[in-house]
Design a protein around this ligand. Structure first.
Ligand SMILES: O=c1ccn([C@@H]2O[C@H](COP(=O)(O)O)[C@@H](O)[C@H]2O)c(=O)[nH]1
Length: 229
């Protein structure tokens, strides 16, 4: 598939969001809206995003009992969104119900494996007998078997997932940072070049773009890297 860039619109409210959307208008981008902005601004903001020609990635990271996730996704299919996340940790039954609720709608369901803010120490703390790589693969395999469209992981797991999962899927990688840039809370972060090389299909980037003095220029540069891949 054509490689894409998702901008994480992690800003506190609508005016800040619109300023960024206006700056990026006309570019071939996915706009990722997390639950903090969505809870504050709701569907109106999603319409603003669509009106500017962007695809919408609603990052709600659903994780609940199967029936509740089924109902959430049944509601989501009526909205004009392109991608929606849920946690693979919710298990096979939850993932299968999500796929059932999605039905024939065009929405792409993306399963989050191990958050990019976690390191091996967190799995040790949980008493896991799996490494991050192993757990991400196990969760991704379960999600893809259930019929989920894509997998969210750090760039470090992409190659292994692509090699071991016998089906096509969309690989989505947050945790993107430029060389020598502050990683903040991202423990498994990598450069755009690395993520592309490993086979990621959608790169998700938030703060490095949001804090840039010239967001449009920076986004253009990343899009060029994706185009050249
Ligand atoms: O494992 C995950 C899953 C989702 N995210 C989300 O991606 C962006 C990353 O933002 P940055 O500012 O580039 O760190 C953010 O919205 C997260 O909620 C993730 O980082 N890791």
């Amino acid at each position: 598939m054509e490689k894409k860039l998702a901008i994480a619109l992690d800003v506190p409210e609508k005016n800040a969001a619109l300023e960024i959307l206006d700056e990026l208008e006309g570019m071939d981008l996915i706009i990722k809206v997390g639950y903090s902005l969505f809870l504050r601004e709701g569907f109106d903001l999603l319409s603003d995003i669509k009106r500017r020609g962007f695809d919408i990635f609603l990052d709600l990271k659903l994780h609940d009992i199967p029936n509740t996730v089924y109902n959430a996704i049944a509601s989501a299919v009526d909205m004009d969104i392109n991608y929606l996340t849920l946690h693979a940790l919710g298990g096979k039954d939850m993932l299968s119900k999500a796929v059932e609720a999605k039905g024939s709608s065009g929405i792409k369901l993306l399963a989050v494996t191990v958050l990019t803010s976690h390191g091996e120490d967190y799995l040790e703390f949980l008493g896991s007998r799996y490494s991050i790589q192993q757990l991400a693969l196990k969760l991704a395999q379960t999600a893809i078997e259930a019929g989920i469209d894509g997998i969210v992981s750090s760039p470090f797991e992409v190659k292994e997932l692509k090699e071991h999962i016998g089906k096509d899927f969309i690989s989505v990688t947050p945790g993107i940072r430029f060389e020598k840039e502050e990683r903040e809370d991202q423990k498994r972060s990598a450069t755009p070049e690395f993520a592309i090389r490993e086979g990621a299909d959608i790169l998700v980037i938030g703060r490095p773009v949001l804090r840039s003095k010239n967001r449009r220029k920076l986004v253009k540069e990343i899009l060029q890297k994706l185009k050249n891949a």
